[in-house]
Design a protein around this ligand. Structure first.
Ligand SMILES: *Cc1c(COP(=O)(O)O)cnc(C)c1O
Length: 412
């Protein structure tokens, strides 16, 4: 433990300048969120939800106004009826694409849960099952968007209707895609095919960089409310933001044609979702500081980390190469023991439906499955990488990460 105290002091010293940068950014993000609240004139009675059909839900309208403003977008759809981020993304894609169209993913293989939405194995009900084609451009060897291939495909394949980008590095050992990379690819796409829809899977990226993709050229973004923008308080749900006609299509795909998104009761969703969004810049900063601390502590202890502490980040994920299945289990035990909920449980690897390999997960959260709160997971396969994200309080993250390292050291 003495060793860990020494590493802790060193790690805090190492991350000081980066923490200062994050605080500067958070100041700016907080101003942006307050401005969005002000522009919608949010008041007490917007915090109470509706039941039944949810007609005339002024709180829902105010919340969607706040999101649209924050995203620099014409419109937003922010609903508890989205069961997950994947659902919000799928709703957007099914809303825009028609049989014979092609969706082109320009940032490599999309997030795992989207494989079944796209229909990699022609799953019933998938985009592919509806006659929508899928193409993919892998990232180049230096983890950049391959814009030469993007240009070529856009010129050749007139069936391309959506070009999709994933902002977060996701659960992969690669460099983050940053705002300048995306800006360039968006501009190129619009230059060649102004009619194409630029869609961004925005999960884990919200409020990390200075701007949201809709502010630098994306037509539509979607994400989860139990990640960054929920601030740890939103109880469920997802969002879509972007051009008004596209958001309307998505609203009518989520609900029914002819209703223009005017239905959908909010129950007790509004107060905590407004509150969570208000806190989100602070919570994202805590998660980032925790991730950078973990990168510092584990690299001091001799492990390879990605991103490194200096590398620019566009999401809140930290990957650590732990080199053995036993280390992964020890890491997860350490995180779990320092969770506010379920601290007495021991994470065990299991083969989840839809996966081929055992996965281990740690997380004891107030909102079930929330990754705005501290959580860690990874597949138990070489090189044994644990992905670690979230946390609403840096001191909790520091303690949990220290304990994860202590579990690993005790084992060796
Ligand atoms: C989390 C995530 C999703 C899916 O969100 P769920 O809420 O888990 O369905 C999609 N894409 C990326 C990049 C994500 O990180």
């Amino acid at each position: 433990m003495k060793d860990i105290n020494r590493l802790h002091t060193q790690a805090l010293e190492m991350i000081k300048p980066i923490v200062a940068e994050i605080e500067n950014k958070t100041f700016y993000q907080t101003a942006k969120v307050l401005e969005a609240f002000r522009s919608a004139q949010v008041c007490q009675h917007h915090l109470n939800g509706t039941n039944g059909y949810g007609y005339g839900d002024i709180g829902r309208e105010a919340l969607e106004h706040v999101f649209a403003t924050l995203f620099g977008a014409e419109a937003a759809l922010v609903r508890p009826q989205f069961v997950s981020g994947t659902h919000a993304i799928a709703t957007a894609l099914f809303a825009i694409l028609r049989p014979g169209d092609t969706i082109l993913f320009a940032t490599g293989k999309p997030y795992d849960t989207l494989e079944k939405v796209i229909g990699f194995k022609n799953e019933p009900g998938s985009l592919r099952d509806w006659g929508i084609n899928y193409r993919q451009i892998d990232l180049s060897s230096d983890d950049k968007i391959d814009i030469f291939t993007l240009q070529k495909l856009l010129e050749e394949d007139k069936s391309i209707r959506v070009v999709a980008f994933q902002r977060s590095r996701g659960y992969a050992w690669r460099k983050s895609l940053l705002q300048p990379d995306l800006t360039e690819a968006f501009a190129l796409t619009k230059k060649i095919r102004p009619d194409v829809v630029i869609f961004v899977d925005n999960c884990y990226g919200e409020l990390v960089e200075g701007f949201e993709p809709t502010q630098y050229g994306a037509d539509l973004v979607a994400g989860s409310l139990i990640k960054n923008l929920g601030g740890g308080l939103a109880p469920t749900g997802g969002y879509i933001a972007g051009n008004k006609d596209l958001v309307n299509l998505a609203a009518e795909r989520l609900t029914v044609p002819g209703t223009e998104g005017e239905l959908g009761a909010t129950g007790d969703f509004l107060r905590s979702t407004f509150h969570g969004l208000y806190l989100a810049p602070r919570m994202v900063a805590e998660a980032l500081i925790g991730a950078i601390y973990a990168a510092a502590l584990f690299s001091l202890a001799g492990f390879e980390v990605s991103p490194t502490i200096e590398e620019p980040r566009s999401d809140i994920i930290q990957a650590i190469k732990l080199n053995s299945a036993e280390n992964m289990k020890a890491f997860c035990r350490g995180i779990q023991r320092f969770s506010p909920i379920d601290s007495h449980l021991t994470p065990e690897p299991w083969v989840m439906p839809g996966y081929d390999v055992p996965v281990i997960m740690a997380g004891g959260t107030f909102i079930a499955g929330s990754t705005a709160e501290l959580s860690a997971d990874g597949p138990l396969v070489p090189p044994y990488i644990i992905y670690f994200q979230g946390g609403l309080n840096r001191h909790h993250i520091f303690l949990a990460v220290q304990n994860a390292l202590a579990e690993i050291i005790a084992r060796n």
